[in-house]
Design a binder for this molecule. Sequence first.
Ligand code: OGA
Ligand code: ZN
Length: 370
Amino acid sequence: MELENRAEARMLSLRWPDGTRGDFPYIWLRDNCPGGFHPDTRERTFDLMSVPLDVAPEAVRMDGDVLEVRWAGEAHVSRFDCGWLRAHRPGAGAEDPAAVPPVVWRGAGGAAQIPRAAAGDLLASDAALADWLRRARAWGLSIVEGLSEDPEAGMEVARRIGFLRETNFGKTFQVKSKKRPNNLAYTAEALPLHTDLANQELPPGWQFLHCLTNAATGGGSVFADGVAMAEDLRAEDPGAFDLLSTVSIPFRFHDAGCDIRRRQYVITLDEDGAVREICYNAHLAAIFDMSPEVLQAYYRAYRAFMAKTRDPAYQVTLTLEGGQMAVFDNRRVLHGRAAFDPASGGRHLHGCYVDRGEFDSRLRVLAGGP
Ligand code: OGA
Ligand code: ZN
């Protein structure tokens, strides 16, 4: 391993035998000295303001696989493991077991392509749970099968992942046709493709819909990958894509007990411009309040996305049976259902949410590592 002190650039450079190179600004090295972290909590205890911005080494040397930096102006020596430096070299992007690349899917493969798992395996085995979380993360959608008749069985699987996300509909919610519903889901009507709770400050991440019974005529489920629809829109109609990702729209839910409002972008991009989130719910969209000029253009863009949500080319349809549970990333995959006839038989789903952060945390912990 070669070490070079590039004082003029205020950084150390390391080159590994395989050619990998890392450039480490002095201030970064000082900020990340292993001695600056609490040994138990692993939180940073070092105060960045305790050193000047132009902090610099007095001497640097390699000690086997350890880089030793003696800092000028303070009696402090930092010792860095070179494997750690390589893994964290600035600009390379730290490795993250939860960063599973999305598999973008469309309707052509049908429901057979959806990843599936047996509830018993997920409850009994961490390895099975880890494997399933990775597959579900890639797809944004999975079906869990073989749940017991216990109405809590689906929630038990969700709790294997993390805390349930409580909302104004409760910690868990009963999806069935109700008298005086406060949500279209609690009627027997069709629900066009949507994401849930677009009106929330942070719409819930993963959604779990455990089917307790589905004996009614109708009531089939439909899912579509929001990433596929958004990416196709970007290719076909970049102007529409641009408006949907840069102009926010208001969403609102209100009933006797709450009035929850939030502006959202229909399409949210990550820093690299990749589609990270979809927030689309035509029945929770509030009264658009943009200027008349923006409205004309926005409606065109919004309808272009809406048309994609109606296009069967993106849709996977299936009918959930008792003992099955649909699990999907509510901020990526749109879901809906066909109308059903409540007089023909019961239809009852038990639902809950687990946020993306909890889901990804479980993935990382199960992957092991430091
Ligand atoms: C919901 C919902 C779908 C269904 O509860 O948010 O969309 O199949 N339900 O009833
Ligand atoms: Zn819904």
